[in-house]
Design a protein around this ligand. Structure first.
Ligand code: ATP
Length: 312
C-alpha cells in the first residue's frame, strides 16, 4: 500500500452550469482513517463523493484517490481500488441476495467470485439469508446487502453515502459495527452522514461542508476550538458574593450566572480547576448541588458553524 494519503483534494470544485455544488475543497485523508463528511441538505456532499468516485469530472482543482491522481486516464484503475455505497442500495429486488451479488461480481469482473461472495456475505453476517429475495428483506438488511456489494472488489477506499439513513437504532448500530470492523481491517472510509452522533462515534476526523469547507479536524479538537472550557456549578440557593468566591480561584478566568443558582465558570482546565472550586465553595458555606465540566457535542459544533448560513 502506498505511503501518501489515501484520498486528497486540493482546491477541488464542481459546478453544474451556473450552480456551484462545492467549491475550493481541500483535505488529506490517511489510509485506514474513517473520515466523516457532514453538511446540510444541498451542501455538496454527494457531488463530492461522485466526483472523487470518478462518476463526475471536477470543474477545477486536483485530487488523488486510493493513491492515484484523479484523471480520466486513471479512472479504470481508481474504480478497481474503491467502492461507493450510494444512499439507495440499487439492488434487484426480485433476485435473491446471492443472485444480486453474483450479478455484480460478474459486472465488476471479481476474481474467484464464489469465494469472495462467501467472504462478503460472512462479513455482513448475511450468510443465512443468501437465498432470500432482496425484496423480502427489511431496509436494514438491504443496506447490509448493499455493503456486501460494495465490498466485492475488496476496496482500499470505501465511500458510504448516508449508510444509516432511514434505519432504526438497532439496524443502524449493526451498520456501525460493520464500519468498525472495516476500519480494523485498514479500509479507508469516507462517510457522509446527517447523524452527528454517528460521526462522533465512528470518525477519526470530520469535515463540515456547506458548499465550501467550514472546518476539518478531530471532533474533540473542533469542540475545543469553538467552545471555551467551562465548569457548571449548581447551588441550593444563590451565592451572596459570587465574585469573591470565584475570581479568587486560580484557573478561573471568568464567570456568569446562567440561571438562578447555576454558575458557569470559564476555566483553562476543568480537571485542575474543579478541586479548587469545590474548596472555595465549601469555604463560602455554599450548599453545592453539583460541579460538572461542560460537554459540547459535535452537534453543538455543527450548529455553531452552519445554523446561521444562508440555505444552499
Ligand atoms: N446533476 C446535477 N445537475 C445540477 N445540479 C446538481 C446535480 N447534482 C447536484 N446538483 C446540485 O448541487 C448541489 C449539491 O447537491 P448534493 O446532492 O451534492 O448535496 P448533498 O450535500 O449531498 O445534499 P443531501 O444531504 O440533501 O443529500 C445542490 O444544489 C444540487 O441541486
Amino acid at each position: 500500500m502506498s505511503t501518501g494519503p489515501a484520498l486528497s483534494a486540493d482546491r477541488l470544485s464542481k459546478r453544474f452550469g451556473g450552480r456551484v455544488a462545492f467549491e475550493d475543497v481541500s483535505f488529506e485523508i490517511g489510509y485506514g482513517e474513517v473520515f466523516g463528511f457532514l453538511g446540510p441538505n444541498g451542501a455538496g456532499k454527494t457531488t463530492t463523493v461522485r466526483t472523487l468516485g470518478t462518476l463526475l469530472a471536477p470543474t477545477s482543482g486536483t485530487a488523488t484517490v486510493a493513491g492515484l491522481p484523479l484523471t480520466p486516464d486513471n479512472g479504470v484503475e481508481i474504480r478497481r481500488r474503491i467502492s461507493i455505497m450510494p444512499e439507495s442500495p440499487g439492488l434487484y429486488l426480485r433476485l435473491t441476495v446471492l443472485e444480486n451479488l453474483r450479478c455484480f461480481a460478474d459486472l465488476y469482473q471479481v476474481p474467484e467470485a464464489t469465494n469472495r461472495i462467501d467472504q462478503v456475505l460472512g462479513a455482513v453476517r448475511l450468510t443465512d439469508r443468501a437465498n432470500d429475495p432482496c425484496g423480502a428483506l427489511s431496509k436494514g438488511l438491504r443496506q447490509r446487502v448493499a455493503l456486501a456489494r460494495a465490498l466485492l472488489n475488496d476496496p482500499q477506499v470505501l465511500f458510504l453515502d448516508e449508510p444509516t439513513s432511514g434505519l432504526d437504532p438497532v439496524a443502524a448500530r449493526g451498520v456501525h459495527d460493520l464500519i468498525d470492523e472495516l476500519r480494523q481491517r485498514g479500509v479507508t472510509i469516507f462517510l457522509t452522514t446527517h447523524r452527528l452522533d454517528e460521526a462522533e462515534r465512528l470518525c477519526d476526523r470530520v469535515a463540515i461542508l456547506n458548499t465550501t469547507l467550514r472546518t476539518i479536524g478531530r471532533p474533540d479538537q473542533l469542540r475545543d476550538e469553538l467552545f471555551a472550557r467551562t465548569l457548571t456549578v449548581r447551588t441550593a440557593s444563590r451565592l451572596a458574593a459570587p465574585d469573591r468566591v470565584f475570581l479568587d480561584i486560580a484557573g478561573v478566568t471568568n464567570w456568569h450566572e446562567d440561571t438562578p443558582s447555576t454558575y458557569v465558570l470559564t476555566v483553562a482546565d476543568p480537571a485542575l480547576a474543579a478541586p479548587a472550586v469545590t474548596r472555595a465553595l465549601v469555604k463560602a458555606d455554599a450548599d453545592v448541588l453539583s460541579i460538572s465540566p461542560s460537554h459540547h457535542s459535535l452537534e453543538d459544533v455543527y450548529l455553531e458553524l452552519v445554523a446561521n448560513d444562508v440555505p444552499a
